[in-house]
Design a protein around this ligand. Structure first.
Ligand code: SAJ
Length: 406
């Protein structure tokens, strides 16, 4: 039996995959409301294929509880926020989960940390905590770091098909954990040490952030000369060794916009490129604001309430709004501007900002300038409804030439 601790965006699908594959799973979360609703068969977020996987896991007997279980394997997938002031990892949830595991576990238990942590965190925060409690690591408990790589929007497929990393102190324990993940992961599972597993995870997300920043900088360069950045990237990508990503209104989500800060926080003198990339991506909502002002000027529009932002999620076809470029943009608009601006997202069904509409047509009826902040399929399928607006298309999804670009 395994105990998966933290039933959020990563822990829940992982627990369900194990259960679907026939592993006995108990899912634990501190939120009683979440545990109750999962026990009643209600999911907490939307994701392609999750509903079906959930049904299968329930029929295979997965249980949800707020209590940690006595078992031999624990998977910790709790949040790892960073401290805004220092940009360093805040390990409080991981530490608290590890401590509660120590309260209940048997001798020889394996504690697998799946949460993304900054390189060195296990040495810095987790080992001292375990030692303080009088446990001998490698005898009383075994430590493993097994970060995930799944992408929201395609999580279930990627859980099965992405390669994974398992970092362990003891390679025999690493092999044991590899076998456990092989129950659902069909791709290569690399066994390494804990420091390498921590570092490679953060490096992967930082690589993507730096590459998106390059595309975003190109968008600014092309705007300065009134050139079409998408055409430039399309042509450049014909080169066999060039693969430029897509510019956009900013980088959101809880991974790519967060993990590079762990490196910047720990190695401030060695991370010029990474820091500049972060700043470039963080500057994109301000760039969008400049483009909105251009359009208002061009069409003599002064009424801010005629602006509509389409999309609150951090990217297409998901309902997750963490660090979303739209929220960053709203924060940066001065109070006067933010006051009247309208917002709509078909995936976000609870009201989280002022002037948020729940109906697309009502939203369109109120606005003259439509800013596409997220390229949901929904907007791609509704092009005919937006043709009469001044459209600022920050995601290059419009099929008509009149749309303004980044
Ligand atoms: N974005 C762009 N241009 C692009 C690609 C993405 O502006 O060409 C933006 C998106 O719109 C979004 C942000 O970047 O705002 C991040 O989106 P994403 O789809 O690149 O990545 P995430 O945050 O959903 O998931 C990432 C993935 N990491 C990598 O691709 C290296 C995923 O594999 C990780 O599992 C996940 O972080 C995580 O949990 O760490």
């Amino acid at each position: 039996m395994i105990n998966v601790i933290g039933l959020g965006y990563i822990g829940l699908p992982t627990a369900l995959m194990f259960a679907k594959s026939g592993v006995e799973v108990i899912g634990t979360d501190i939120s009683k409301t979440l545990v109750d609703s999962l026990s009643q068969g209600k999911l907490s977020f939307e994701e392609k294929g999750l509903e079906e996987l959930f049904k299968k896991a329930l029929s295979n007997g997965i249980k949800f509880t707020t209590e940690y279980q006595k078992t031999d394997t624990y998977i910790i997938a709790v949040p790892t926020p960073y401290l805004n002031s220092s940009k360093k990892l805040d390990p409080k949830y991981v530490i608290s989960a590890v401590n509660t595991v120590l309260d209940v576990c048997d001798k020889g238990a394996i504690i697998i940390i799946e949460s993304t942590i900054s390189p060195g965190s296990i040495d810095r925060y987790v080992r001292p905590e375990i030692k303080k409690r009088g446990f001998v690591i490698g005898e009383d408990v075994h430590l493993v770091h097994a970060p995930e790589r799944i992408i929201p929007g395609n999580m279930i497929y990627e859980l099965e098909h992405n390669s994974r990393t398992v970092g362990a102190d003891d390679s025999r324990i690493g092999e044991k954990v590899k076998e456990l993940y092989s129950s659902f992961c069909k791709a290569e599972i690399v066994v390494t040490d804990i420091r390498s597993a921590e570092m490679s995870k953060v490096v992967e997300n930082t690589y993507r952030d730096v590459n998106i920043a390059f595309a975003n900088e190109l968008a600014k360069i092309c705007r300065a000369d009134n050139m079409d950045v998408y055409e430039i990237i399309r042509i450049a990508n014909k080169h066999p060794r060039v693969n430029i990503l897509q510019p956009g209104p900013g980088v959101g989500g809880h991974c790519i916009s967060v993990d590079p800060w762990f490196l910047v926080g720990d190695y401030p003198d060695l991370t010029n490129l990474i820091l500049t990339a972060r700043k470039t991506n963080d500057s994109m909502p301000t760039h969008v604001l400049g483009r909105i002002r251009d359009i208002m000027r061009e069409h003599n529009i002064t009424d801010i309430s005629k602006i509509g932002l389409y999309g609150l999620a951090y990217k297409e076809n998901v309902d997750d709004t963490r660090e979303s470029p739209t929220l960053q943009l709203l924060e940066r608009m001065d109070e006067h501007l933010a006051f009247g601006v309208k917002v709509y997202d078909p995936f976000v069904k609870t009201r989280i900002v002022d002037h948020q509409f729940m109906n697309f047509e009502d939203f369109l009826n109120e606005i003259e300038i439509l800013v596409i902040m997220v390229g949901h399929d929904h907007i791609k399928n509704n092009m005919e409804l937006i043709r009469d607006k001044h459209v600022l298309d920050t995601k290059n999804v419009c099929t008509f030439d009149e749309a303004y670009k980044l």
